[in-house]
Design a protein around this ligand. Structure first.
Ligand SMILES: Nc1ncnc2c1ncn2[C@@H]1O[C@H](COP(=O)(O)OP(=O)(O)OP(=O)(O)O)[C@@H](O)[C@H]1O
Length: 341
């Protein structure tokens, strides 16, 4: 069952609504612990050896491209999917135990269809399954739904329905909120409202794990970013640290038919991408790269720009189905990108 997404959610653990220190909730202060976790679907290795500790009270973003393994990781975290190997612990025990105890609220991509009841009724039904739930009005307020409380849930826009799912995830007043791409269906204003609510919930000492494709979103709203690529953690640290270590510069120029093979061996270059006739080199030393390009006569339309957040992300991850025209010679030492949280 998907915790926190249906009125039938399992009864919750007794706990107070008041602010609680994050330390102590997980015994040693650990909310989530993955040790050597893998998960395969047939021949597809979706998660390929994840070790991860998330302290109680942390807000952590799982950042990765489509198919990186984020949802699989979150599903194992919630006990919805067993790992092929390794162990997952929530608050020191089995995920199922924490979920059954009502310590976990989730908002997943494939939340079940919402029945024909009002927003207030639905959140009330879910809240009633917990011994000490969040006050319904408070959950609606936090999720930005106060004005829609009397509206039928099947008569809401996609973005409003998404907020209902958030309110349902909050209803049991969980210690840990797990959100799989929570802002996917939201417009700019709704995103702002959503993140404001999420931060308010985090300030109470709760733990939040959310997945996203966007480094900017992760950087703006998480204490810590865990970058996942091809089922592995390739970077783990603050947004600042990830930008600093993966940032560098972007050097682009017109190839004019020149071969791409030597580009990845130029000084400073850690990845090469070709878009049409233009080559984009991500480099840690733009001066050295430009000098080397000049030596090769490759200076047509040359541009040097600081790497953006998205460039930093691209540097850390590899595109699906890399093709010969768009090699990504990622060669960073990923271990060097990890920092102690
Ligand atoms: N039920 C399944 N059966 C077979 N393969 C699957 C299944 N679920 C996921 N996969 C594969 O496992 C890999 C990881 O998928 P996952 O959904 O965990 O990625 P993701 O990072 O959440 O992607 P997205 O951002 O697109 O949601 C992908 O290659 C995907 O095709």
């Amino acid at each position: 069952m998907t915790p926190g997404t249906t009125p039938e959610t399992t009864p919750g653990r007794a706990r107070q609504t008041a602010q609680v220190s994050p330390v102590g909730r997980g015994g040693d202060g650990t909310a989530v612990a993955f040790s050597g976790v893998t998960r395969s679907y047939g021949a597809v290795r979706a998660v390929d050896g994840i070790d991860l500790r998330i302290a109680a009270g942390e807000t952590v973003a799982l950042l990765g491209r489509n198919g990186a393994g984020k949802s699989t990781t979150l599903n194992m975290l919630l006990g919805l999917l067993p790992p092929s190997s390794g162990t997952v612990r929530l608050f020191g025990g089995e995920p199922e135990t924490a979920v059954r105890a009502g310590r976990v609220g989730a908002m997943l991509q494939d939340g079940k269809a919402i029945p024909r009841v009002t927003v207030r009724e639905l959140v009330g039904f879910v809240a009633a399954t917990y011994p000490r739930p969040m006050d319904v009005a408070e959950a609606l307020e936090l999720a930005g739904l106060a004005e829609f409380a009397g509206r039928r849930v099947d008569r809401l826009s996609g973005g409003q329905a998404q907020r209902v799912r958030f309110a349902v995830a909050l209803a049991g007043n969980p210690d840990l909120l797990v959100l799989d791409e929570p802002t996917a269906a939201l417009d700019v204003e709704a995103r702002r409202t959503f993140w404001r609510a999420m931060r308010a919930y985090a300030r109470r000492g709760n733990t939040i794990v959310f997945s996203t494709h966007y480094l900017e979103e992760a950087d703006d709203h998480a204490d810590r970013i865990v970058v996942i690529d091809r089922g592995r953690v390739v970077a783990d640290g603050s947004g600042e640290a990830i930008k600093r270590r993966a940032g560098g510069s972007l050097v682009s120029f017109d190839l004019a038919g020149a071969p791409t093979a030597p580009l990845s061996t130029l000084p400073g270059v850690h990845s090469v991408e070709v878009r049409g006739d233009r080559a984009l080199l991500r480099t840690a030393d733009s001066d050295a790269t430009v000098l080397a390009l000049a030596g090769l006569g490759l200076v047509r339309g040359l541009e040097v720009t600081a790497a953006s957040l998205e460039d930093a992300f691209l540097t850390l991850t590899s595109p699906d189905g890399a093709n010969a025209d768009a090699p990504n010679h990622d060669a960073p030492n990923h271990d060097a990108l990890k920092e102690t949280a």
